[in-house]
Design a protein around this ligand. Structure first.
Ligand SMILES: [Zn+2]
Length: 198
């Protein structure tokens, strides 16, 4: 099943154990924010802090096991054609960030996309967990300084996750069009998701 996630929007997908979701950046510059919630208990969710601790690494790459806030395996990266080093540090963008960046009116955000996508499948969460930021290039130097760079991906680069438990996965095509996180031209694009059933 192939689903286009339109620029600036998000979608939720239900996965059974063993199912795979492959997410593609068609233009090579669009990044995505990814969350996962346990089926039947959305208060168990994909945790960036536990994933960093479990893997003793701040990046997600091929082979990384992604764990929940109860440290149970939720997803694993089974294939990745991108340069890897997907970001786990930056928060999902939200309305307040766009205000800080000088936007005066409404602006779509990954946080809005997360809650909208959950609502479309009848779920709700009263807070926004940290996101896994796929294709996002966020180098961190020895002093701890963080940069926000355009992605190094090629058009069509794809990261594939396999579910370890029944999950709802949310993917947001990040609407950021002020910083170059979605490419130097600052034009958000679509993402494409392909679901393969076990
Ligand atoms: Zn975003």
């Amino acid at each position: 099943m192939k689903v286009v996630i339109p620029a600036r929007h998000g979608k939720a997908f239900h996965l059974a154990p063993g199912d795979r979701i492959a997410i593609t950046t068609p233009n090579g510059t669009q990044v995505g924010d990814v969350w996962a919630l346990r089926a039947g208990n959305p208060l168990e969710y994909l945790s960036m802090e536990h994933t960093r601790s479990r893997n003793s690494n701040i990046y997600v790459q091929q082979g990384t096991l992604l764990v929940s806030n109860h440290r149970r395996p939720m997803l694993r990266v089974v294939a990745d054609t991108s340069p890897g080093r997907h970001d786990t540090q930056l928060c999902p963008c939200n309305a307040e960030i766009y205000q800080e960046l000088g936007v005066s009116g409404p602006h779509r955000s990954c946080t809005d996309n997360f809650h909208e996508a959950l609502a479309e499948v009848g779920l709700a969460l009263p807070f926004t967990p940290a996101s896994l930021n796929i294709f996002m290039k966020v180098p961190i130097d020895a002093a701890g300084d963080v940069q926000r760079c355009p992605p190094d991906c090629k058009p069509g680069d794809t990261i594939t996750f396999q579910a370890d438990m029944a999950l709802t996965v949310v993917v947001s095509a990040c609407p950021q069009d002020i910083t170059p996180i979605n490419g130097a031209d600052c034009i958000p694009g679509d993402l494409v998701a392909r679901i393969s059933r076990a």
